[in-house]
Design a protein around this ligand. Sequence first.
Ligand code: ZN
Length: 58
Amino acid sequence: MIEEFIIYCPDCRGKFEVAAEDFVEEEILECDLCGAEIVVVDVDPIKLRLLEPGEDFA
Ligand SMILES: [Zn+2]
């Protein structure tokens, strides 16, 4: 069973789905709609922020 989270992009406010396995703290997601890079700050409750320009999150 594939679990997915519905999240809202902090940039374009678009709604998209993320596989649960990718939805962990400090993971960087890419918005399906605008391509923004989004950092998962917290998963419960869900807290997201945009990746700062020049920020290296490897
Ligand atoms: Zn977006």
